[in-house]
Design a protein around this ligand. Sequence first.
Ligand code: URA
Length: 200
Amino acid sequence: MSSLSELNQQVALCQQCEIAKFRTKAVPGEGAEDADIMFIGEAPGYHEDQQGRPFVGPAGQFLDRLLASIGLRREQVYIANVIKCRPTGNRDPLPTEINNCRHWLDCQIEIISPKIIVTLGRYSMARYFPGKTISKIHGTAQKHNKVIYFAMYHPAAALHQQSLRQTIEADMLKIPGLLAEAKSIREVEPEAQQLSMFEV
Ligand code: URA
């Protein structure tokens, strides 16, 4: 059994938060264990809770189209969320829930070792771009220890606010260039890197 399937089994048994009592299914994440790109959203919604799979509702359908726009299918990347259970009543995740779930996401990142981490929305952005505002930093990347972190709006934002659709589509198109850069960083630069911010 792969390390990720073992982790998924543990997530399915997790009872650390109150919301675990109300879930239909935990939603650990899915995709390729050796994915170059990992997308991190917020929390499962109704459809994800029903199916135990991330991003399978309307926002997920848009994410699939965004992936297709850069020639990728979801099986080729890894998709996860900051928290693994649906918050009751579709509310925002609580800080305690994010903290309780942090080690699951840490483990996933360690196993997958992605070259690029794409944050989808405010909650995953806060992990890597603390104190920043999504409207200011979406479409920009930050490099740390040979991983590129790239901030995007959450795909659901385009469903609520049509004007963001083109912004999200344009940001997505930057990912192939970042991937090429991430691959070259790993080949060329042997030493750990200083944190640096760069516009793309
Ligand atoms: N929104 C998220 O952030 N994650 C999902 O899995 C679905 C919707």
